[in-house]
Design a protein around this ligand. Structure first.
Ligand code: FES
Length: 160
């Protein structure tokens, strides 16, 4: 591991330690702790879940159960760019499946998967609230509408 990575890991450990200090002795700290730990790490590594269980003096199975119950929590690393392709009715009738196929093929991953270089995570959503722009997808905070399969695939290039 390079020094750079070690330092990043150390900074994350320190940030997590501060979070533990802030919630020390508080009831109902599990969910906020998971949220803040995920903000620090980008996801919830197994050792962080174990540390949370230890600090809160609760069973690991309880921490794991909560972390897997809520869709907001991620137990695997996620990509730097989150691609959300709408599968809602308005987008569906305008070819959202073909858009999804094109993006999935370009990235070489399926739904809820992440590219090995951690550049993209591919997800689907029920409606992006941009039905007038169907078929639509979001990449991070940007909405892209009136997509063709070709355009959807090429839009991704701009996200490094
Ligand atoms: S159905 Fe796709 S944005 Fe609403």
């Amino acid at each position: 591991m390079s020094n750079c990575n070690c330092l990043q890991e150390e900074a994350k450990r320190e940030a997590l330690e501060k979070v533990f200090e802030r919630y020390a002795g508080q009831r109902g700290a599990l969910i906020p702790l998971l949220q803040e730990a995920q903000e620090i790490y980008g996801y919830l590594p197994g050792e962080v879940l174990r540390e949370i269980a230890r600090r809160l003096r609760i069973p690991f199975s309880q921490v794991f159960g909560v972390a897997t119950f809520y869709t907001q929590f991620h137990l695997k690393p996620r990509g730097r760019n989150i691609v959300r392709i709408c599968q809602g009715t308005a987008c569906h009738v305008r070819g959202a499946s073909r858009v999804f196929e094109a993006v999935s093929q370009k990235l070489g991953i399926g739904r809820n998967e992440t590219t090995p270089d951690l550049r993209y995570t591919l997800e689907t959503v029920a409606c992006l609230g941009a039905c007038g722009l169907a078929p639509a997808m979001m990449v991070n905070d940007d909405t892209h509408g009136r997509l063709t399969p070709e355009r959807a695939a090429s839009v991704l290039e701009q996200y490094k």
